[in-house]
Design a protein around this ligand. Structure first.
Ligand code: SAM
Ligand code: SF4
Ligand code: SF4
Length: 363
C-alpha cells in the first residue's frame, strides 16, 4: 500500500522503506516524530481551575466507560509501533495516571521497549502527586526513571483553592520526597501560573525547591479545551517569571535541553539548581514540535489544540496487523501541519474549532 507523504516526489515510497532506511518520519513541516504522550485515563481526583473546573466536570460528568479504555496490552502494542517509527520518549499522563489500577504493570512493559538502534526509551510520567508517596517505590521498581509532579503553590490556601478539591500541598510535597527517596532523578515540578490566582507563588516556589535537586518548571496558562475560561489577561509571560526570580536569585540562561524540549532552562548563578519556563503562549515552539498524543480511548491527536483525533482502537480491535497499524500512524504524521500556538493571534479556522480537553489527552 502506498501512502501520501509531504513531498509528492516521494509518493512511491512505502512506509516500511522509510522506517527501515533509518529515516525518521517527517510531517509536512519536516518535523520528526519523536515523542508520544499516552493518556491512561480521562478521570482525575483534582478539579484544577485551569484544567477541569468543577462547574464543568461535576458529579454527572460522563467519563469514559471502562470498556472504552485501551488495555495495557493495547497500549503496549501501540507504543511498540511508535518506537518502531522513531519515537524515543514516552510520557504517561491523564487525567491522573496514578488512578489507573496497577499502572506499574504498564510501566514495566513500556520500560522494556528498545528503539531500533537498541537504546532504552526515555519513559516518564506526569502526575498530580496525590498518590505518589504510595506508588513511587513500585513505579521505580517497574523501571520508571523520571517523574514530573504538578504543584501550583506551596501555600496551602492557594493550592487547595486551585486544585478545586481542597487537596493539601503537604501531601503532594510528601509524594515529591518519596519520589526522590525512591531514586527518581531529576524530579521536576510543574507549576501553571495564572495571574491573580497563584502568581504571588512564583518566588516562594523557587525558594522552596532551590538546592533540593527538584527543578521547577513554570508553565504559561494555555487555552486548551473549551472549559477553562482562558483569556490572555490571565497569562503571566515567562519573561516576567524569569525577571521575578532573577531579582532575588540571579539566573544564568542555559537554553533548551534539545531542540524539541518544551522548556527553556536557567541555572541559579550560586549553583543551587535549575528552573525551566514553558512559554507556549508568549513564545510558541511549534516549529520544533515532535509530539503525538494518544487518548485513553485510543485516538491519536497531532496537536494539543486539535479538534479531533484518529481512532486506532477500532482498527486494532478489528484485526489490524502491526504493519497496518504502523502505516496508519505514519500516514497521519506525514499529513500533519499543526501549528496552533503560532496561529493563536490570528482569526484562523483552526482557532475557531472546538478543542479537545487537556484532561482527555494529558498535556
Ligand atoms: N493529572 C496529571 C497532572 O496534573 O500532572 C497529568 C495530566 S495534566 C493535564 C498534565 C499537565 O498539564 C499538568 O502539569 C498540568 O498542570 C498541565 N495543564 C493542565 N491544564 C493546563 C493549562 N490550561 N495550561 C497549562 N498547563 C496545563
Ligand atoms: Fe487533574 Fe492534572 Fe487536570 Fe489538575 S491538571 S485537573 S490534576 S488532570
Ligand atoms: Fe505542538 Fe500544537 Fe503545541 Fe504547536 S500548538 S507546540 S503543534 S502541540
Amino acid at each position: 500500500m502506498e501512502v501520501s507523504v509531504a513531498d509528492p516526489a516521494e509518493r512511491t515510497l512505502r512506509i516500511p522503506d522509510v522506517v527501515t532506511a533509518g529515516m525518521p518520519l517527517r510531517d509536512t513541516r519536516m518535523r520528526p516524530l519523536r515523542d508520544l504522550r499516552i493518556s491512561v485515563t480521562d478521570r482525575c481526583n483534582f478539579r484544577c481551575v485551569y484544567c477541569m473546573p468543577k462547574e464543568v466536570f461535576g458529579r454527572d460528568y460522563a467519563f469514559l466507560p471502562r470498556r472504552e479504555l485501551l488495555s495495557f496490552e493495547e497500549i503496549e502494542r501501540v507504543a511498540r509501533a511508535f518506537v518502531g517509527l522513531g519515537v524515543e520518549k514516552i510520557r504517561l499522563t491523564g487525567g491522573e495516571p496514578l488512578l489507573r489500577k496497577d499502572l506499574e504493570f504498564l510501566v514495566e512493559r513500556l520500560a522494556a521497549l528498545r528503539t531500533p538502534l537498541g537504546k532504552d526509551v526515555d519513559l516518564t510520567l506526569t502526575t498530580n502527586g496525590s498518590l505518589l508517596s504510595r506508588k513511587a517505590g513500585a513505579l521505580r521498581d517497574a523501571g520508571l526513571k523520571r517523574v514530573s509532579v504538578s504543584l501550583d503553590s506551596i501555600d496551602e490556601a492557594v493550592f487547595q483553592r486551585m486544585n478545586g478539591v481542597g487537596f493539601p500541598a503537604a501531601l503532594v510535597l510528601e509524594g515529591i520526597e518519596a519520589a526522590q527517596r525512591a531514586g527518581f532523578a531529576p524530579v521536576k515540578v510543574n507549576m501553571v501560573v495564572k495571574r491573580g490566582v497563584n502568581d504571588a507563588q512564583i518566588l516562594p516556589m523557587a525558594r522552596h525547591f532551590r538546592g533540593t535537586g527538584v527543578e521547577v518548571r513554570y508553565i504559561e496558562f494555555m487555552d486548551v479545551g473549551t472549559s477553562n475560561g482562558w483569556n490572555m489577561e490571565s497569562v503571566v509571560p515567562s519573561s516576567a517569571v524569569v525577571r521575578c526570580i532573577d531579582e532575588a536569585y540571579p539566573l544564568v540562561p542555559t537554553g533548551r535541553e534539545n531542540p524539541s524540549a518544551t522548556s527553556v532552562r536557567y541555572r541559579y548563578a550560586d549553583g543551587q539548581g535549575e528552573i525551566g519556563v514553558i512559554s507556549s503562549v508568549s513564545q510558541p515552539f511549534c516549529g520544533d514540535c515532535t509530539r503525538l498524543r494518544l487518548s485513553a480511548d485510543g485516538r491519536l491527536y497531532t496537536c494539543l489544540f486539535a479538534s479531533h483525533g484518529l481512532d486506532i482502537r477500532a482498527p486494532m480491535r478489528n484485526g489490524d496487523s502491526d504493519d497496518a497499524l504502523r502505516r496508519r500512524v505514519a500516514d497521519l504524521w506525514m499529513r500533519r501541519a499543526d501549528r496552533y500556538s503560532e496561529q493563536r493571534g490570528e482569526n484562523s479556522a483552526a482557532r475557531r474549532l472546538p478543542k479537545v480537553e487537556m484532561s482527555f489527552i494529558g498535556g
